[in-house]
Design a protein around this ligand. Structure first.
Ligand code: NAD
Length: 502
């Protein structure tokens, strides 16, 4: 196991307007979920800290030293940040594993993907063309994109470095200044990102990292008149409240919210591949994933066999320490969250669900002080039950049978969410038909939880609005300006008599 010393972790100061300073807001404690030990106690950002960071960001963004850079010049900072992340993957991975309890295998992959995100958006910025629009008169007509100004990025605790990069990279590449507010349970990873960004020489003030309470610094970022956009990833109720406030000042928001994603397993699927993909889809990241495949629909004819094999395989999953390379299911982020997951399972049992495995805290010395929860499978549920409606955000799978395409499409779509969907079948035309009929932002066919920075991602309805990633992901942080320039030199119809008399 590769752990890290206390001294290696960010020291708890915040990165405000280009300077490292102690916050003056409420206290935050980052805890290592594997054993409950304290990583750091720090003071989060207060409203006063946020107000100062915003003022500095505004000045830095308007400064020609940044505002005047050509896209390919801005891209150099993005490439340098990518290099900095790549040179520190192991360190970032250890910090993030201590911050969130995720396996080091996963956090190393997330750090590598964050580097890829910065590199991608640097490349997008310097290769994205502007529009010369179709001429409909004797004017040259152009439409160009400009930065919005100040962007606030508000992120959750489950994959900090990846969700931070997904917002910070396009926002900086577009020429904005960015204030990043990470979640209180995982403040350290974003502060490590700040150290890397600072080392690139990015002009001071353009990037700040302000961990702190949502109701304090989060609210300030949403309400402040100088913040031109909030890019938010988190829970649906937080996102909805934030969107209401944003509407007051007519501010655009991107909302990446929760999910209750269906996975469907047809009788003609490659069963080995499908079972592995289904287990990974729900139990990797201990189910703490917006795209977790938490509702599994199995075609009636193979239902009993599939459930038996899934349960046997789930019992064999290695539940363990985040730094053990053999671990497949690591602890949940926090004891409070473990209690919430357990409460969802208790409610499902009240509603009549049958517990086939898990549903408890693992026993043994190695789990004693960690926020572990066993991977859990429930059957005997209806799609209308709470366990199939509510996002659990933990290692809990509900399994239901389906009859045919029409039935599984109807059940999948009977949900408030619309984030992702998995389809396991050897029949591509069927996957295409079903995938087009399901209301979700991402469809995976014969795979699950695969990501690419070049492919747009986002949700529908309670899963949010807007898309991140992809080339258009840059435009989400820009405003458009159209430009008409007369080419004719012809006299204006209003020129003449009236003007001459004047
Ligand atoms: P959360 O909504 O509690 O918090 C998210 C962020 O919002 C945190 O930084 C929090 O401090 C901040 N916040 C809280 N109140 C605020 C307020 N009033 N104003 C401004 N900011 C405020 O979510 P969480 O528990 O950190 O994360 C889990 C949730 O995130 C799950 O619902 C999950 O599905 C969702 N998520 C979605 C995606 C996606 O891409 N769709 C990805 C990851 C996580």
């Amino acid at each position: 196991m590769t752990d890290m010393s206390f001294d290696e972790m960010p020291d708890g100061r915040l990165f405000m307007g280009g300077e490292w300073r102690a916050g003056t807001g409420a206290e935050i404690t980052s805890v290592f979920p594997a054993d409950g030990s304290v990583n750091r106690v720090l003071r989060g950002a207060s409203r006063a800290d946020g107000t100062e960071a915003i003022a500095r960001a505004k000045a830095a963004q308007a400064d020609p030293a940044w505002r005047g850079l050509k896209p390919h010049e801005r891209a150099r900072y993005l490439y340098a940040i990518a290099d900095g992340i790549e040179a520190n993957i192991q360190r970032i991975s250890r910090i993030q594993s201590r911050d969130t309890g995720k396996t080091q295998r996963e956090t190393a992959a997330l750090a590598a993907s964050a580097a890829g995100t910065f590199r991608y958006f640097g490349a997008v910025a310097e290769t994205m063309d502007e529009d010369l629009t179709a001429q409909r008169g004797d004017s040259l007509t152009l439409s160009v994109h400009e930065p919005l100004g100040l962007v606030a990025a508000i992120t959750p605790w489950n994959s900090p470095i990846a969700s931070d990069a997904q917002k910070v990279a396009p926002a900086l590449a577009a020429g904005n200044a960015v204030i990043l507010k990470p979640a209180s349970w995982s403040p350290l990873t974003a502060l490590e990102l700040a150290r890397i960004v600072e080392a690139t020489g990015l002009p001071k003030g353009l990037f700040s990292v302000l961990p702190g309470a949502g109701r304090e610094i989060g609210n300030l970022l949403v309400e402040h008149p100088d913040i031109a956009k909030v890019s938010f990833t988190g829970g649906t109720s937080t996102g909805r409240a934030l969107a209401r406030k944003a509407a007051e000042k007519l501010m655009p928001v991107s909302l990446e919210l929760g999910g209750k994603s269906p996975t469907m397993l047809f009788g003609d699927a490659d069963m080995e591949q499908a079972l592995a993909g289904i287990l990974f889809g729900i139990f990797s990241s201990s189910g703490q994933s917006c795209i977790a495949g938490s509702r599994l629909f199995v075609q009636r004819g193979i239902y009993d066999e599939v459930v038996a094999r899934l349960v046997a395989a789930t019992k064999r999953l290695k539940v363990g320490h985040p730094f053990d390379p053999a671990t497949q299911v690591a602890p949940l982020v926090h004891m409070d969250h473990r209690d919430e997951v357990a409460a969802h399972v208790a409610r499902a049992l009240e509603d009549g669900a049958e517990l086939l495995c898990g549903g408890a805290v693992p026993e043994g010395e190695e789990y004693a002080n960690g926020s572990y929860y066993l991977p859990t499978i429930l059957t005997g549920v209806k799609n209308t039950d709470r366990i199939c409606r509510d996002e659990v955000f933990g290692p809990v799978l509900a399994v239901l049978p389906f009859e045919d395409e029409a039935d599984v499409i109807a059940q999948s779509n009977d949900s408030d969410y619309g984030l992702a969907c998995g389809i396991w079948t050897r029949d591509f035309p069927k996957a295409w038909r079903v995938g087009r009929a399901v209301n979700a932002g991402t469809i995976w066919h014969n795979t699950y939880k695969q990501f690419s920075i070049s492919t747009p991602f986002g949700g529908e309805r309670d899963s949010g609005t807007g898309r991140e990633k992809g080339r258009q992901g840059l435009r989400a942080y820009m405003t458009q300006k159209s430009f008409y320039s007369d080419l004719s030199g012809a006299p204006h119809p209003w020129a003449g008599a009236a003007l001459e008399e004047a």
